[in-house]
Design a protein around this ligand. Sequence first.
Ligand code: SF4
Length: 307
Amino acid sequence: MYAYVYGPVASRRLGRSLGIAPVTDNQCNFGCVYCQLGTITHVSHERKVYAPVDAILNEVNDAISHGVAFDGLSIVGDGEPLLHSELGTLVRKLKALTDKPIALITNGSLLYQDEVLEDIKDVDILLPSLDAYDKASYARINRPHGGLPFEQVLEGLKKAGERFKGHIWLEIMLVDGWNDHDEALDAFKELLGAFRYDRLYLNTPVRPPREARVKKPSTERVKTFSEVLGGIALDYLSDEVYTSADADDYDALVALIKRHPLHRQEIQSFLEARKHDNVEGIIERLEKDKAIRVVEHDHFTMYAPSA
Ligand code: SF4
C-alpha cells in the first residue's frame, strides 16, 4: 500500500488523475467546517518537510513502472499541500518523470508567499478555494489556525492571478446557510472581480463532513450562484470513477476512502470493475474496520475515514 500516492481517481475536471499527498495525516492550517477528512491535525502556517520527496517520487515511479494508466497527476493531500517546503523540488522532479499535466488542489492560504508561487510555477492547473466572502465568514467556515488574515488570502489569489502562468480553476464550496445567501452572493461578486481566474466551480458538500450541521444548499441557490457568478456547478451526484494502482482490493479501497469518502454504490462499482468475487464480504469488512465510519448522508450510505 502506498503512503503518498493513491488512485487514479477519474473526474470530469481532471480526467484519470493519480493523486499525490505530500502532506499526510490530515495536517492542515485550516479546519473547514465542511472538511470530509477525519479529525484535522491543526498545524501552523509555517512550511516544512512533511514527507521525504524521494519517498513520494519512488511511489510515483513504481506506479508508472507498473503501467498504471492516468491522464495527469493531482497534488492534493490528506492536508494542505502548500505547507510542504520542498514542493518546488517535488514538482520539478514529477515534471521529469512524466509529460502529463500536473494539477494542484489547495486551500490557497499561502499563495501570498513569493516562495510558494515560485514552487508551483511549473504546475499546469492550480485549483484554489475561496469559500469565505468576508473576515467573519472566513473565521466561521475555514477556521484558520493561528493568525492568517483574510486579506492575506485575497492578496495571495491576486498575486497568483498576476504571476501564475498556468490555468487557475477557482472553487467555492457552498454550504447551506453559511455562504449561500444573497449577502454572500453580492460580496463574492465583488471579490471575484479583483483577480484573474480561468474557471469558477461551485461545489457542495455531497460527501459527509465531520460536522453534521453542514448541509448542501438547495439546487435553486446553486443555480443562482452559478448564473450570477458565471460558475460551473458540479453536479449534485458525482460521476467520478475510482481505480487504484494498489493490487489489493481492500487496501486500495481504504486508501481511497481515507482521502475521499465513497458511496456504497461507488465501492460496488470499483470492486466489480476489478472483478472481485465477494463484494459483500469486502463491504462487511469495511463496516467492521475501526478506521472507517459508516454514515447516512443525503439518502446515501457512505464510508468515510473515522479519524
Ligand atoms: S477542507 Fe481542505 S483546507 Fe479545509 S480543513 Fe480540510 S484539508 Fe484543510
